[in-house]
Design a protein around this ligand. Structure first.
Ligand code: ZN
Length: 62
């Protein structure tokens, strides 16, 4: 019976791509905060906050 404890191998959690060292993200056209979209994204890029506010605005017209 092999009861030897082979040095416990801990698997490091995968790094979030959005943490430092990730690809460059386009800046929000409203507040200049980094968005979830890469810089290569065409058109208007909005950060989650502005995107949400924009959706609210168009949803509640009037
Ligand atoms: Zn924004």
């Amino acid at each position: 019976m092999d009861d030897k404890d082979d040095s416990y191998c801990e698997t490091p959690a995968p790094q979030d791509a959005r943490s430092e060292g990730g690809p460059p993200y386009a800046a929000c056209v409203q507040c200049q905060e980094p968005t979830e979209y890469p810089e290569s994204t065409k058109g208007i890029t909005l950060c989650p906050v502005c995107e949400w506010r924009e959706a609210e605005r168009t949803a509640c017209s009037g």
